[in-house]
Design a protein around this ligand. Sequence first.
Ligand code: F6R
Ligand code: ZN
Length: 187
Amino acid sequence: MLQETTIFDSLLGKLTGENVVRSSRVLGELSGVFLNEEERSLMDPEQMVYEVQMHDSCGEVEGGLFFGVSHVLPGKVGNEYFMTKGHYHQKRNCAEYYWGISGDGFLLLMDESRECRAEKVFPGSLHFIAGHTAHRLVNTGETRLVVGACWPSDAGHDYSTIQKEGFSMRVVDQDGKPTLVPQFAPK
Ligand code: F6R
Ligand code: ZN
């Protein structure tokens, strides 16, 4: 039997065909993500911030892999660039690879002692995200930031820790330049 093919357009970072699942996040569902909540509440709640296209051919089984592409749109809430929610993996020891496809931005990486660093993301950049490391993409450019990803299919996502504690750094526009600023943990 001839199977439908899945196509990954490596220039556009577009994934189509069999077993491709798409999901997106709009501003209205990103409460508590950006520093300036008031500014966010004044913006269009239907404004898309990012979209993920994921190839799921095995389900969340041990030993499986997922392949995905994240498209983070250009934009800002106040002076803070559009970004993903960010997460630890539910299975903390699961690692992940990211690679830059198009656009410009940063990958924020934070370990469990809240030590945070940023890696520049650009077409061709490769990023190994070790286990026990929270990760978030930030689009500092004027076009979509498109990033490929591959991770263990049983890794899971822990969003609640980041929702409660945030990252210890934010990326903001200061005088037209992306700048990392410290963010203290909520009490
Ligand atoms: C999967 C992974 C990416 C993100 C995507 C959206 O483990 O890291 O596919 O899921 O960039 O970001 P989040 O999941 O933080 O909303
Ligand atoms: Zn991940």
